[in-house]
Design a protein around this ligand. Structure first.
Ligand code: NAD
Length: 361
C-alpha cells in the first residue's frame, strides 16, 4: 500500500475551477509525492446542498489537514452571499496573501525581467464586510454620528463601507513580508499605501511598516503611494521586489502584476495563517469558459508548486516548476491565453499531459 505523506483538503471550486484543480492534482501526483485528498465543496454548490456557502464540514477538513488546494469560487455580484473566498480567509485567519509574479521565458509580454512578490493583507480593510445600505436605520444613525463628531454632512441617500486598518493586522502582515524576504533572499520590501489622503487608516499602516522595518536592517525598506506604484510598475517593473499592501490595494495591484507577466493564467497564490495555508490561483472562476477544457491550469499548478514548498517537498516543487516553465518556453502545448494564434491552443487537460511528460524525464 502506498504511504500517504500529505493529507490535503481539495476544493475544486466552480466555473473553470474543477478543470484547473483536477489538472493540478494530476501533475502533483506525477511528481511522486504521495497525497491523500479530502474533497469538499463550498460556494453555490454547498449553498444548494447544505444551505450555506461555507459548510462546517469544509472548515473542519481544512482545520484538520492544515493545507488545502482550492480552485476559484464564484461570488454573486451585488446580491446573494458575500464572497466565500473572503469568508474562508477571515474565518481561518489566513492573514497573508502571498502572490509571486514572474515572467517565464516564452511568455508573450513586453516585460522581461519581472520577479515581484505581492504580500497582501487578507483580513480587513474594505474587505472587512462592514457595510451600511442606503436608507437603513443603522446608516441613518451612522450619518448622525459622523455629523455630530466631525461636523461633516454625508448625503442622506448614501451607502457606506468601512475601511478598517488595525495596527495588529498591519504589524503581522509587514512582519510576514520581511520574514518572507529574509527567507527567500529578497533585497527590498516596499509598503504601498495612500497615506497622504487616508491619514489615519493608511497612515497607521505606513507608521507600523516603518516601525517593523527597523527590526530588519538586512532588508531595504521603502514606501510608495498606490497610484504612483501603478505607474511605476508599468514603467519599470524590474525595480520592484517584495510589495506589502493593505487588502484592497493588494487586489488590483495583484491583477496589474498578473498583466505584467503576461496572463492571469500563470498567476499563482496562497493564503497563509499561523498554522493553515490554502493555495489557489489569483484568477477567478471565469464562468464563460466553464466546462470547455479551455482555461489555463498553470496558475493553479504554480499554486501547487508553492504548496509543495510549504510542505517541505522542495525538490518536487523545483521539478514541477521547471516542467511548467519548459512547456511555456516550448509554446506548443499551451492554452489560448499564451498563444499568439489562439487557433493552435490546446485544452486544460492537454497542458497537464504535457507537464506530466516533462516530469517523466
Ligand atoms: P476571472 O479571473 O474569473 O476572469 C477574468 C478573465 O480572465 C476571464 O474572462 C478570462 O479571460 C481570464 N482568465 C481568468 N482565469 C483564466 C485562466 N485560468 N486561463 C485563461 N484565462 C483566464 O475574473 P472575474 O470574471 O472578475 O470573476 C469571475 C468570478 O470569480 C466572480 O464571481 C468572482 O467573484 C470570482 N473570483 C473568485 C476568486 C477566488 O476564488 N479566489 C478570485 C477572483 C474572482
Amino acid at each position: 500500500m502506498a504511504i500517504v505523506k500529505h493529507r490535503v483538503t481539495f476544493i475544486p471550486g466552480d466555473g473553470i475551477g474543477p478543470e484547473v484543480a483536477e489538472a493540478t492534482r494530476r501533475v502533483l501526483e506525477a511528481t511522486g509525492v504521495k497525497f491523500q485528498w479530502d474533497t469538499v465543496i463550498i460556494g453555490s454548490q454547498a449553498q444548494d446542498k447544505f444551505g450555506t456557502p461555507l459548510p462546517d464540514q469544509a472548515l473542519q477538513s481544512i482545520r484538520k489537514n492544515k493545507v488545502a488546494l482550492k480552485g476559484p469560487v464564484t461570488t454573486p455580484i451585488g446580491t446573494g452571499f458575500r464572497s466565500v473566498n473572503v469568508a474562508l480567509r477571515q474565518t481561518l485567519d489566513l492573514y497573508a496573501c502571498l502572490r509571486p509574479y514572474k515572467v517565464y521565458p516564452g511568455m508573450n509580454t513586453p516585460f522581461q525581467d519581472v520577479d515581484i512578490v505581492v504580500v497582501r493583507e487578507n483580513t480587513e480593510d474594505l474587505y472587512a464586510g462592514i457595510e451600511f445600505a442606503r436608507d437603513d436605520s443603522g446608516t441613518r444613525q451612522l450619518l448622525d454620528f459622523v455629523l455630530d463628531t466631525t461636523g461633516k454632512k454625508i448625503r442622506k441617500d448614501s451607502a457606506v463601507s468601512l475601511k478598517v486598518i488595525s495596527q495588529t493586522a498591519s504589524r503581522r502582515i509587514v512582519k510576514f513580508a520581511f520574514e518572507y524576504a529574509r527567507q527567500n533572499g529578497r533585497k527590498k520590501v516596499t509598503a504601498v499605501h495612500k497615506a497622504n489622503i487616508l491619514k489615519f487608516s493608511d497612515g497607521l499602516f505606513l507608521d507600523t511598516a516603518r516601525e517593523v522595518a527597523k527590526e530588519y536592517n538586512d532588508i531595504e525598506f521603502g514606501d510608495m503611494l498606490v497610484d504612483t506604484t501603478c505607474m511605476e510598475l508599468v514603467r519599470k517593473p524590474q525595480l520592484f521586489d517584495v510589495l506589502v499592501l493593505p487588502n484592497f490595494y493588494g487586489d488590483f495591484i495583484s491583477e496589474l502584476c498578473a498583466g505584467l507577466v503576461g496572463s492571469m493564467g500563470i498567476a499563482p497564490g496562497a493564503n497563509i495563517g499561523d498554522e493553515i495555508a490554502v493555495f489557489e490561483p489569483t484568477h477567478g472562476s471565469a464562468p464563460k469558459y466553464a466546462g470547455q477544457n479551455k482555461a489555463n491550469p498553470m496558475a493553479t499548478m504554480l499554486s501547487g508548486v508553492m504548496m509543495l514548498r510549504y510542505l517541505g517537498e522542495k525538490d518536487s516543487a523545483d521539478r514541477l516548476e521547471s516542467a511548467i516553465a519548459e512547456v511555456i518556453a516550448e509554446g506548443k502545448d499551451v492554452t489560448y491565453d499564451l498563444k499568439l494564434d489562439p487557433a493552435t491552443a490546446v485544452g486544460t487537460s492537454q497542458v497537464a499531459d504535457a507537464v506530466i511528460e516533462k516530469l517523466k524525464r
